[in-house]
Design a protein around this ligand. Structure first.
Ligand code: ATP
Ligand code: MG
Length: 390
């Protein structure tokens, strides 16, 4: 009996002629993500991806956990492969699912058969194996309507497969299949979630962090690096761009009216993000803004913030409540790190009375004393790049 992992493709199967491109991306992402767990043969057939160990030392538990974080698959199951004959299939099901049978009160067998030359129909094989399993586990009743345990059998070209209960896959689309975007990653709760959500839609992410040393400490930088590492099982390898932001903030503090500090700062972040995006072939800028959450996240403020760039600004959290964002952050494992108490550059020069409905002309007037393009170039020239690999 050989233990393998099967992933069911999600939305990819709805793709027409492009489907191969998405499928290839899923397979290559899996190859990269599973490398630490041993050597595997990974291939896609009929909306399923097969992960077969190539040597006995493969860490199947580690590979299984990692496979659940790869976007593009809706379910992931451990599966036993066996010879294509009814008795071998029964023996495998009996042994492989013995723990599940101990817990269940009822079961049924469901068969899929893509090898039409197999001597039994799907129904016949389900009945045959189901009958033998019912004899083997008499305390577990057959229930074809709502059983505790469904035994899935598949007869394919080269082997038959017995699945254990599938786990939920990461869903979404394979990272890289929908292009790249820069994601503005602070140390807060929101932006790791927005980054994750865009990666889920198949976007390769370049995280960008604005760092205001010494107003924000080395620990704040370490926190963002930790957050990026926590995201990498989903997002894959990323280049985190850490942009020095101190001079820009000091210039704003010294030369602009206080009520516009935040909005002008956010315009700088957006401009710099766009430059990084364009230099790296990205098609959008992602932020963790949510409508109405703070003064700089009103519709008027968002309009003024994005006015200085032409790439689309994507805000996947725009309509989420804070409690929903927190729930997601807990689920993806970033929450505990996000709430560590290190300051963010936004909080360093927070105006006492920020404008909630800024007018573009007023903001442009407020930032007129600044030499925008040289400040932007200076920041770009000082970028520190940290490679986050997975
Ligand atoms: P978060 O929890 O993501 O920090 P927030 O609710 O604190 O968000 P803001 O501080 O207004 O909101 O920031 C809005 C968005 O701007 C963030 O979600 C993030 O995308 C971006 N941002 C803010 N500060 C930084 C930073 N220092 N570096 C990179 N991006 C930032
Ligand atoms: Mg913040």
């Amino acid at each position: 009996m050989e233990d393998i992992i099967l992933l069911k493709q999600g939305e990819i199967v709805l793709k027409g002629l492009n489907r191969r491109i998405f499928e290839d991306k899923l397979v290559s992402n899996l190859r990269r993500r599973l490398t630490p767990f041993g050597k595997f043969k990974i291939y896609a057939v009929q909306s399923t991806v097969y992960v077969e160990p190539l040597d006995p030392g493969c860490d199947m538990d580690g590979a299984f956990e990692a496979a659940k974080t790869v976007f593009g698959a809706v379910s992931v199951s451990r599966t036993a492969a066996c010879a294509k004959n009814p008795d071998a299939i029964f023996d495998t099901a009996k042994e492989y699912l013995s723990d599940e049978f101990k817990k269940a009160r009822s079961f049924k067998v469901e068969t899929k058969r893509s090898d039409k030359s197999f001597p039994m129909t799907s129904i016949q094989l389900s009945q045959y194996v189901g009958g033998l399993l019912a004899d083997t586990y008499p305390q577990v009743a057959v229930d074809v309507h709502s059983p505790d345990l469904t035994v899935h059998l598949e007869v394919r070209d080269y082997a038959a497969y017995v699945h254990s209960v599938p786990s939920e896959g990461a869903g979404g689309m394979p990272v890289g299949s929908n292009g790249s975007a820069v994601s503005m990653l602070s140390g807060g709760i929101d932006s790791p979630v927005s980054t994750w959500m865009m990666a889920k839609r198949g976007i390769h992410i370049i995280p960008v962090h604005f760092f205001s040393f010494p107003y924000t400490s080395e620990l704040a930088k370490e926190k963002v690096i930790s957050l990026a590492k926590l995201l990498s099982p989903w997002c894959g390898r990323m280049q985190l761009e850490i942009v020095p932001f101190t001079h820009i903030q000091e210039e704003i503090r010294d030369k602009c009216p206080e009520e516009y500090f935040t909005i002008i700062m956010r315009r700088f972040m957006t401009r710099i993000s766009e430059k990084i995006a364009l230099a790296n072939g990205c098609g959008a800028i992602v932020t963790g803004e949510s409508l109405g959450q703070v003064a700089s996240q009103t519709m008027e403020a968002m309009a003024v913030t994005q006015e200085c760039v032409s790439l689309p600004v994507l805000r996947p959290l725009v309509c989420m409540d804070k409690s929903e964002i927190v729930e997601k952050a807990r689920k993806i494992g970033t929450f505990d790190t996000s709430v560590l108490p290190y300051e963010d550059c936004c909080t360093v020069f927070t105006p006492r009375h920020p404008r909630t409905k800024p007018k573009l002309a007023d903001v442009q007037k407020a930032e007129a004393p600044l030499d925008v393009s040289s400040l932007v170039d200076e920041a770009l020239g000082g970028i520190e790049r940290v490679i986050i690999s997975k």
